[in-house]
Design a protein around this ligand. Structure first.
Ligand code: FEO
Length: 177
């Protein structure tokens, strides 16, 4: 049975994961409106991954005999100055999520909740990838700042991102889950 404190913290993280999904969906809509369809596809898959993260926590809370309490989502921003600004915001957001996950691990350890600690290790590893993905795109955007056509090429590349379910299955196969 999960402690009340841990249950509340995981419920708050379910909300944070859904907010992440909402944020990336909003970014996807923004870039779609300026015809960066590859960026939009990438961000849409990112939004789906966040829903998978939320559902992993949702299922874990239920599995441990806890209660899931869904709460209102904050509205995400709807406009960004540029694709670079979007990926700066993405990296900043993922660092924030990493900090939240680390605090959840701290809470699990403090409460000798080994099951939740073990469960959260998937998220610890996932955050390394989440930050690296955002950083990789951001570095490309910064490098090609003055190169005409670079945005078009990057858009094509980002459009090749595999669907969230495939990415998730690959993570499972490599032992990350
Ligand atoms: Fe659910 Fe992007 O971390």
């Amino acid at each position: 049975m999960i402690s009340k404190k841990m249950q509340e913290a995981l419920n708050a993280q379910i909300n944070a994961e859904y907010y992440s999904s909402y944020l990336y969906l909003s970014m996807a809509a923004h870039v779609r409106a300026i015809n960066l369809d590859g960026f939009a596809a990438w961000l849409r898959i990112q939004a789906q991954e966040e829903m998978i993260h939320a559902m992993k926590m949702y299922d874990f809370v239920l599995e441990r005999g806890g209660r899931v309490s869904l709460t209102a989502l904050e509205g995400p921003p709807t406009e960004w100055a540029s694709p670079t600004a979007i990926f700066e915001a993405t990296l900043e957001h993922e660092r924030y999520v990493t900090d939240r996950i680390n605090k959840l691990v701290d809470l699990a350890i403090a409460g000798s909740d080994h099951a939740t600690n073990a469960f959260l290790q998937w998220f610890v590893n996932e955050q390394v990838e989440e930050e690296a993905n955002a950083e990789a795109v951001l570095q490309k955007l910064r490098l090609m700042a003055d190169a005409p056509g670079g945005l078009f090429m990057l858009d094509q590349q980002l459009g090749q991102r595999p669907a969230a379910s495939a990415a998730s299955a690959a993570a499972n196969a490599s032992g990350a889950a």
